[in-house]
Design a protein around this ligand. Structure first.
Ligand SMILES: Nc1ncnc2c1ncn2[C@@H]1O[C@H](COP(=O)(O)OP(=O)(O)OP(=O)(O)O)[C@@H](O)[C@H]1O
Ligand SMILES: [Mg+2]
Length: 259
C-alpha cells in the first residue's frame, strides 16, 4: 500500500521542503521504502538528499516531458540517505515545463510517468515549487493526498484559499482520488497570541479535522540537518523534539492517505 502525497503552497519559504525531508527522515528511521519527487527547479530536496543536481541526472522535468507510462522508473536514483530513500531529482528543465501552455494535455503527465513505479514504495512525497502552476498541478494529479504547509501569520493565511481552489480544480478535471489530506503548521511560536488567533482562523477556513497536530516549531536543528544533508533522525537526542513530531505526522499520513 503506497501513500502518495503532494506537499504544497504557492508561498515560498514556508517549509514545504523541510516537511518533505522531515517525513522522509521519519520514513528512513521506520525503514519505509520512500520516493521523493522533486518538482522544484531550486532542487533543494534533491541536494539535501545527497544528490547533486547536475545536468547528468535525468529527473522530474524529463519524466513530465517524456509523457510515457512508467518512464520515471529509469530516472529514479538512490539518495545519499541509504537504500530505503530514493529520489526523482529536480532535472529536465522544470522551468520550461512550468511554462508549457498546453495545460489540458499536460497535467496528467507526471502521473503517467509514475504509473506502476510508485507501487514499489511505501511512501511517495512530491515536493512542489512555490507556485500554483503546471508543475504543481502535475504533482496534485499524481497524488492521493495534498498536504498544505502553512505558517500561522496573516500573509500565510492569505495563501490558503488559492491552494484549496487548485486542489478542487485538479480533483474535478484530472484526479478524482485527490483529497486535501491535511494542513501542517510550521514555525509555530511557543507563545504568541497572534499565531493562536491565526490558527483559529485557519480552522474555520478548512475543517478543524484538516489541521494536523502536532505543529512544527522553529528549531535550529532543521537548518543543521539540511546543511549536513542528513536525516533529522540521524541526530539522536539533539533532534528528539522534532523527530517525535515528524514520527507522529508520518503515522497520521499513513493512516489517512493510502492508495
Ligand atoms: N521549523 C523550522 N525551523 C527552523 N527553520 C526552518 C523551519 N522550517 C523551515 N525552516 C527554514 O526556512 C527556510 C525555508 O524552508 P523550506 O526550504 O523548507 O521552505 P519551502 O517552502 O520549501 O521553500 P520554497 O518555497 O523556496 O521551496 C529553510 O532555510 C529552512 O531550513
Ligand atoms: Mg522547497
Amino acid at each position: 500500500m503506497t501513500s502518495t502525497v503532494a506537499v504544497l503552497n504557492q508561498k515560498g519559504g514556508v517549509g514545504k521542503t523541510t516537511v518533505t525531508l522531515g517525513l522522509a527522515s521519519a520514513a528512513w528511521a521506520a525503514g519505509l521504502r520512500t520516493l521523493v519527487v522533486d518538482l522544484d527547479a531550486q532542487a533543494n530536496a534533491t541536494w539535501a538528499l545527497g544528490v547533486d543536481p547536475s545536468l547528468r541526472n535525468l529527473g522530474t522535468g524529463d519524466a513530465i516531458k517524456a509523457n510515457r507510462h512508467g518512464v520515471a522508473g529509469d530516472m529514479i536514483v538512490r539518495s545519499g540517505w541509504g537504500e530505503d530513500i530514493w529520489i526523482l531529482p529536480a532535472a529536465g528543465d522544470l522551468t520550461e515545463r512550468e511554462a508549457d501552455t498546453r495545460r489540458d494535455s499536460s497535467v496528467g503527465r507526471l502521473a503517467r510517468a509514475l504509473t506502476g513505479v510508485i507501487d514499489d514504495y511505501d511512501l511517495v512525497l512530491l515536493d512542489c515549487a512555490p507556485s500554483l502552476g503546471l508543475n504543481t498541478s502535475n504533482g496534485l494529479a499524481a497524488a492521493k493526498g495534498a498536504l498544505l504547509v502553512v505558517e500561522p501569520t496573516a500573509f500565510g493565511l492569505r495563501g490558503v484559499d488559492p491552494v484549496l481552489d487548485l486542489i478542487e480544480d485538479v480533483w474535478s478535471s484530472d484526479n478524482r482520488d485527490l483529497d486535501l489530506a491535511g494542513v501542517i503548521l510550521n514555525r509555530v511560536p511557543a507563545v504568541s497570541a497572534d499565531a493562536r488567533d491565526r490558527i483559529v482562523e485557519l480552522n474555520k477556513m478548512v475543517s478543524t479535522r484538516s489541521v494536523w497536530k502536532p505543529a512544527i516549531p522553529q528549531r535550529v536543528i532543521v537548518n543543521t540537518a539540511h546543511h549536513e544533508r542528513a536525516p533529522l533522525h540521524a541526530f539522536g537526542s539533539q533532534a528528539r523534539e522534532l523527530t517525535d513530531i515528524f514520527d507522529a505526522l508520518l503515522r497520521k499520513l499513513r493512516r489517512s492517505i493510502v492508495a
